[in-house]
Design a protein around this ligand. Sequence first.
Ligand code: GLY
Length: 349
Amino acid sequence: MKQNIIIDEDIESCMAKAMEGVDYDKLFVLTDTNTLQLCWPTIQNFEFTREAQTITIAPTDEAKTLETLAYVWTALQQGGATRHSLMINLGGGMVTDLGGFAASTFKRGMAYINIPTTLLSQVDASVGGKTGINFGGLKNEIGVFNCAGSVILNSTFLRTLDHENLLSGYAEMLKHGLLSNEEHWAELLHFDIAQPNYKTLQHLVAKSVSIKEEIVEQDPTEKGIRKALNLGHTAGHAIESLALQEGRTVLHGYAVAWGLVMELYLSAKKCGFPANRLHQMEAYIKERYGKFHYDCKHYEMLYNFMRHDKKNQGSNINFTLLGGIGDIRINQTATEQEIEEMLDYYRES
Ligand code: GLY
């Protein structure tokens, strides 16, 4: 299950390392319509990509469907792919998730490489082998755990990301900081993400990914400690669902950032997470991510979204909480009243 994580400032040498010793008959590159225009030209004339066939899909999460998956399978079939072919997924989490699933299932599985082009996918989706599509109105409902052979982390494509998308990815890095130790967490808080030094960012991404990898290695299929990576996500997914229902656009990382504040409040209340760290994180997030606004009439909806999160078992709402930075407490539950208090706390903060 261990992935080869390749970090280098030169994208061509990253690719050379990823392809070294990989024996394949045909190469396919999956892009979305954005990365076809913005990212593919950067790598298209390298020695190993010249012969590649591109497959292009729509860029949004709404296209993460069975139909799009069938389109990719068909393109592979018509392009003469075999079990010994290789797929490169060039894009954000939608491309790496769907492409990883397509490659994992085509002729019972061909090898694939991820080149995540957004910060969010570099630090989260492309690492750890979660692949899949949305189905029946539920996100990531169908899929398999199957790691990419290599994941290339290169800051070239991050330079064209807008500030909101950088911040969105940075929220997952803050989560990894909270799960690791005071030193890395403080380093993240001091880094200037508004005017990033991309070399330092690449170094921080490498650290962030190694934190995720260490957790995934211990528990690849999320039976135990991998649940740590859900910190901020129980509340965050409820925020995303409410926003979706109300037609408000919310980037995933923003919802995670707000969810982190909520769940750190619960951590302070139930597990002794230090109040000063909660307040620091709260101020940091409010300043950069703003606030998610809701009122009491939304509580029931938010509560129900949390109850229906697919990570729950039975009627309990499952949270990952912290006793302190790096002190992870998985399988925590909260009562409806505690959740109401959490929603009060965030609304009034
Ligand atoms: N996105 C959390 C995980 O990969 O487990």
